[in-house]
Ligand binder design. Sequence first.
Ligand code: PMP
Length: 426
Amino acid sequence: MTHSETLFEQAQKYIPGGVNSPVRAFRGVGGTPVFFKHAEGAYLFDEDDRRYVDFIGSWGPMILGHSDPRIKAALHTQVDLGVGYGAPTAIETEMAKKVCELVPSIELVRMVNSGTEATMSAIRLARGYTGRDKIVKFEGCYHGHVDSLLVKAGSGALTLGVPNSPGIPASLAEHTLTLTFNDIDEVRKTFAEMGDQIAAIIVEPVAGNMNCIPPVLGFLEGLREVCDEHGSVLIFDEVMTGFRVSLGGAQGFYGITPDLTALGKVIGGGLPVGAFGGKREIMEHISPLGPVYQAGTLSGNPLAMTAGLTTLNAISEPGFHDRLTEKTNRIRDGFKAAADEAGIPLAVQSAGAMFGFFFTDETSITRFDQVMACDIERFKAFFQGMLKEGVYLAPSAFEAGFTTAALSDDDIEFTLAAARKVMKTL
Ligand code: PMP
């Protein structure tokens, strides 16, 4: 038995399914989840001392790579000063200023502790601001485990076959309208019928929880227009895409200005952080300025702010995203070349530093139903083969892959050599 197998057995005695977040249980790919002991740069090291090139990066936050010396040093300094006060600190303002500079649609920003909290609060604010109850989301998009948003959801909910989770009152779910990602005509039709009841559209501007699906031309532009026409709030969930698709997120990359933005992952540099922000006029409805209530014991925690701000400063260096995107493209194109060489049909796509690959005959994937028609069994075999070779990919066909700045040319070549070898076995 490996150490991971032993540890997984013990974990299942005390933790539901042995994990604190479902996708980690490897239900989407089979086998035993790998337990990790430490991480450095582009690598994870498991409890059996095996090394893996990591394409998850703690599900996004580790954009610099693991154990970045700048983050470690900053955290050590802050630990010596105190780990939290539950009162205002200077670094919170520094962080807020940085976020507002990098994402110009954000005029005021509130820190929270997770992406889920960020989207939950943004939805409440949009409802409070408009006085309307209905919200629009898109099938296969995941916005955290918020009651109103666990309707036809992606990510782990999709991987585990529970896109509509039990435990959510029908009387709440009925306010969530789920439409088709990348289908602007359907959005227009829905708004023509009931636009005056819709508080907000929430969207992942690049869908990353049903694999990786960039928006088709006109989709995000159309959402902006529809929201303007009907007085609804446009919320970009940039928990995944923020600071990753470009320094200014997907909104910077595609040039669309949402009213509110939810952030997470990179903004915490690996510590538990989320944030939501946007137009001053809307954000002023949040307490203590306005009546929409939102709060947090640990919100703006100095350790979390330190890791996050150090990350945001590091990724602001000129050329950071160009280099990261170039690495991502090499992985994307290398997977495709490896598949072609082995005669395996594969579609690949990416946006900045996130990528996706689909075992399918189609050349590009723009819709949820196309994702569902892909060859999941082949994905599982590829995942397990790559894991054996020392490459750690997301353990689900419905998750985007992430690159980190720590990936070297050698790491990329190592990964692509593994891909060439594994593709030939499929
Ligand atoms: N929104 C998106 C787009 C996400 O990808 C995620 C998490 N993967 C969330 C929200 C929820 O974030 P968290 O897991 O930090 O609650």
